[in-house]
Ligand binder design. Structure first.
Ligand code: C2E
Ligand code: CA
Ligand code: CA
Ligand code: CA
Length: 278
């Protein structure tokens, strides 16, 4: 009835209206964000546990909008995925990351750069060619680039994914399984796709020093990955104790606040230059 309709509307208006409005506002602001130059990459170091030195960085997207302020990627990436905006935004990320990699190389810094790819980006048939063209344009070896994907992409069963990953891997780009351990089928995917690296999710690292189950899981993941010829990076490492434990467990690399938070490009350059002259 009409009356019910009006009540429903009132309910909607009071309880969900704000959320829906926020989301519409976010989507609307996102549309012009690239051309207004509101996106920026920050970079977080990845540290080799054998040398104790920075071996690469992960590029992490930041968005600062005049209306919304700083919007976190956990909030805007899913919306960019649903709207399809992640395709042009994702290209921006690849271009900016490779531009940084080229600058670092010209300064004598040997840093691999890891970029996150969303499932939606693989529906763009030109993704592989775009990446290879950009590597060419910046005169970079493909091995400079690492692509981080999650199990969600492989679960999607999109037919182009396997070909794209194989093509990129054959070209020399390295492929990482992100958030390892949070899904259900990660193990079988490791065999079926050309992975080079697994990134153990930070939920397994957080209580590493307290929780013996987490220690068992991390230890098993490391030996399993090594058995498959893959290297292992632990995410979200926040303490020296976790660092030492992971090193003792044979983990290859770490990433986390214990070494550095994600920082702007210039700050990363200064950090890497300071380390290289140490
Ligand atoms: P992710 O790929 O798992 O990235 C790692 C996240 O963990 C980052 O959050 C990073 O700041 C945070 N982190 C790193 N070290 C620590 C630590 O020691 N402790 C804690 N508590 N957190 C740590 P951020 O930058 O907010 O990114 C969140 C997520 O947004 C990313 O998770 C990724 O899924 C997505 N994302 C970020 N940039 C991009 C992008 O360019 N493209 C796509 N498709 N997704 C992106
Ligand atoms: Ca990642
Ligand atoms: Ca490979
Ligand atoms: Ca991750």
């Amino acid at each position: 009835s009409k009356r019910q309709g009006r009540n429903t509307y009132t309910f909607f208006n009071h309880n969900m209206g704000k959320e829906v409005y926020q989301r519409l506002l976010l989507e609307e602001q996102m549309l012009g964000a690239l051309s207004r130059n509101e996106f920026e990459l920050h970079f977080q170091p990845q540290v080799c546990l054998v040398s104790g030195k920075m071996s690469g960085v992960e590029a992490l997207l930041r968005w600062t909008n005049p209306v919304l302020g700083a919007v976190g990627p956990d909030l805007f990436i899913p919306i960019a995925e649903e709207s399809g905006q992640i395709v042009p935004i994702g290209k921006f990320v690849i271009t900016e990351a490779l531009s940084a990699a080229q600058a670092w190389q010209q300064q004598g810094l040997d840093l691999r750069v890891a970029v996150n790819l969303s499932p939606r980006q693989f529906r763009d048939e030109n993704l592989t060619q775009f990446i290879l063209d950009e590597l060419n344009r910046f005169e970079l070896a493909a091995s400079v680039l690492e692509l981080e994907i999650t199990e969600g992409l492989l679960l999607s069963g999109h037919p182009g994914v396997s070909d794209a990953l194989t093509q990129l891997s054959d070209a020399g780009v390295s492929i990482a399984m992100d958030d390892f351990g949070t899904g259900y089928s990660s193990l079988s995917y490791l065999r079926r796709y050309p992975f080079d690296l697994v990134k153990i999710d930070r939920s397994f690292i957080r209580d590493l020093m307290l929780d013996s189950a987490d220690q068992e899981l991390v230890s098993a993941a490391i030996s399993m990955a090594h058995g498959l010829g893959l290297s292992v990076l632990a995410e979200g490492v926040e303490t020296e104790a976790q660092w030492a434990r992971l090193k003792a467990m044979g983990c290859d690399a770490i990433q986390g606040f214990v070494f550095s938070k994600p920082i702007p490009r210039d700050a990363l350059t200064r950090l890497a230059l300071a380390e290289s002259t140490r």
